[in-house]
Each structure stands twice: as C-alpha cells, then as structure tokens.
Design a protein around this ligand. Structure first.
Ligand SMILES: [Zn+2]
Length: 134
C-alpha cells in the first residue's frame, strides 16, 4: 500500500482534477491545498469533496467566496495543521517535521488497521476450514 506524500502542498494540488472554482475565486485549488486540503472527489456528484491530509476532516458544499483556512479552522480547530496555521513556505523546519511525523503516524495506523482487518478475515477463514475438517 502506497503512502502518498500529501503533507506536501504540491502533491495536494495534483489531486484536484475538476475543482468547481477558478483561480480568481477565494476558494481556488491553490488556497485549498495551502490550507491542507486534497480532493477526495470520485465523480461529478462530489466534485468539491475535500479532506484535510492531517486531521482527516472532510468538507464539501464549498462556496466560491469561502476561505479554506477559515473553514478548516471553524470545522477542525484541534487540527495540528490549523494550530500551526501557516502556508508551507512559511513553516519553520521543526514545524514542518512535526507535521510530517504526525502524518506518517496517522498513515501507519491506517495501514495497520487495514492489515489487521485482512489478517482477521484470513484467521476466520482458516478457523472455519479447521472446524469443517473435524
Ligand atoms: Zn485538519
């Protein structure tokens, strides 16, 4: 399973394929990505579904005049990225490293949960086969 480096603003920008607002609007791809969001759209119906790479908060129903940072703050005030509250270029090295560390820890537990689920399924299967073999 791949771990995408979504802690990088350039990587988050790449995820926005059919974002409904252009560069002239406050709620543009650049500002979304700067504020920590990446696109989780699966089609036209949820073209504006976006998620924070760090806290996992998912938001949709964006308006052209929305400020992504303010929306992030008002919906996920405890997010570590919101608490630092800086665009990537303004982050100090220790701030950036703490964000990367947190992201990697989150990703590790996500991958771990998936793996545990798969092992559980396998165990149940083996157990069933053993019971049948008795
Ligand atoms: Zn967040």
């Amino acid at each position: 399973m791949d771990v995408r480096p979504l802690f990088l603003v350039e990587q988050r920008k790449k995820t926005f394929k059919n974002w409904p607002f252009d560069e002239k609007k406050k709620c543009n791809v650049n500002n979304m990505a700067e504020a920590g969001f990446y696109s989780v759209a699966t089609g036209a119906d949820d073209a504006d579904a976006a998620k924070c790479f760090l806290c996992g908060k998912e938001l949709d129903g964006w308006e052209a005049s929305d400020d992504p940072w303010l929306e992030h703050k008002s919906h996920a005030a405890k997010c570590a990225f919101v608490q630092i509250g800086k665009n990537e270029d303004d982050l100090l090295a220790p701030e950036f490293l703490s964000i990367v560390k947190q992201y990697m820890m989150n990703e590790t537990s996500r991958v771990e949960e998936v793996a545990i689920g798969q092992i559980d399924d396998k165990c149940k299967l083996v157990k069933r086969k053993c019971l049948r073999a008795k």
